[in-house]
Design a protein around this ligand. Sequence first.
Ligand code: ATP
Length: 292
Amino acid sequence: MDIAITGLRRSFGRVTALRGVDLTVRGGMYGLLGGNGAGKTTLMRIMAGVIAPGAGQVRIGGYDLTTRSGRRQVQRRLGYVPQDLGLYPDLSPREFLDYVALLKGLDDSAARRRQVEELLDVVGLTGVAGRRMKGFSGGQRRRVGIAQALLGDPALLIVDEPTAGLDPEERIRFRTLLAGLAGQRTVLLSTHIVEDVAQTCHETAVLAAGQVIYSGSVADLTRAAEGTTWQMSSAGAPPIEGVVVSAVARETGTQFRVISPARPSPDATSVAPTLEDGYLALMQRHSSTAVG
Ligand SMILES: Nc1ncnc2c1ncn2[C@@H]1O[C@H](COP(=O)(O)OP(=O)(O)OP(=O)(O)O)[C@@H](O)[C@H]1O
């Protein structure tokens, strides 16, 4: 399901969360990157129809989200996994999903049960389907969140910060699950974890201070740091030039990875960038133009 957004603005009182967002998404798995407060959640909530847009155009699958009828049409075709999904701790995932399915209008109880069992299997929760959710891990809770969003087989799945707080193994399992779901539908993944986008998306956008400062391929964003990514050793002091991406302590000194337009020290060697380097180089350029 295609998403076409132009000139989207949204404020909360005196705080402007989105200041003219332009974004086009065409199917598959799409990453939305940005730091804290960049406006990702506001954008997701507008697309999910939870809050109305301020000014601008938002069309999803051809439906106009600035109208109430458009929002209703989109909500029928969309699954949303918010950052903090409230679960009922005394219900089991099976009971919870059955309840949400009823709310979504799946009245036929046999069909509802069938769909709930299918989704429990898709998200890998069949083994704990009858257990109360009270003691569930972060990963299990998020799986329940995905399952409830998939009820009704939506063409668009919007997932806000799904891997925050998960341990590394759970994170990998979870993003693999999401990538699998993008086979037949559009999955919009909002995150500040660059690695999740690097491992699952071809296309991405970067949001900063309520504006899209990059949209395009993950490969092109990675290339944004080509020729400006350096590795160097130092007796201890970090380099004065550039942004330090990582610092690894070794017996011989500290090895730094640095993003800098100029060679940060005579012994620094140029290395191939990762998506994280590209993202940081973009942010660095953006903040220097925003200030200057
Ligand atoms: N309901 C609200 N009332 C007031 N201000 C809000 C509201 N929702 C968002 N904001 C403000 O809008 C800005 C963007 O917030 P938003 O939650 O969309 O960013 P984000 O990119 O999702 O950040 P995070 O990763 O920290 O959740 C922030 O300054 C935030 O404080």
